[in-house]
Unconditional design. Sequence first.
Length: 225
Amino acid sequence: MRRIFPGSITSYSQFGHLKVPKSLNNVCPACKEKVEFVLKSTYQSSKHGLMTDSACPSCKNSIPFIILTKENDTHPDVYIYDPHQSTDALSQIEHIPGMPEELIRAYKSAVSVYLSKENLATAVLAKRVLENVLKNFLADKANGQPLDKQLELLPEHINLVKSVTSLSPLMASDKELHRMLELEAEMDDEMAELVMNLLEDLIQYLFVLPGKIEMTKEQIEKKLI
Ligand SMILES: [Zn+2]
């Protein structure tokens, strides 16, 4: 699910007391082309909102759209169903360039045995995933070292701030993005969406994920007492 920002909505129609999008510009999840979707007005309605679809003008695939309604709010949240945008690691890892094949396979197997409640196999494969993650960064240095030692060695072999510092040139004062943020140049809808995506990624990376790892770690520690 990917949120559609109001800037991408090109026209609206009325559905009861709701203002719902009639057409919108977005990247098609199937063909990755930037297209204008015209949403069908034959909504499937439920307690939480409306569902409809639209055929991509480029690849002709039918793409689902979800309109979530909130009480007394006439401007509902609109989402496009984009399976690649899903936040679960399993559907994401295959689309990340450079993900090691072995790690993808190990993680998929771990998820699959976990879902069939095979805890012994889950333990075996969880260890394999951890080893694969660490080996990816440590290479030969991982050989013969226990997991705790490998984790200690990790900071010397991984540059976690690189993805953040690499944004610096984008913000340089002679760059167009800098001028946009200073309101000296205008952002178009596509740039506004990209900037919003960047904000979301940064917040996830710097706050949400470290916080989640910490909470899970604490839960595991409590369980082990
Ligand atoms: Zn398409």
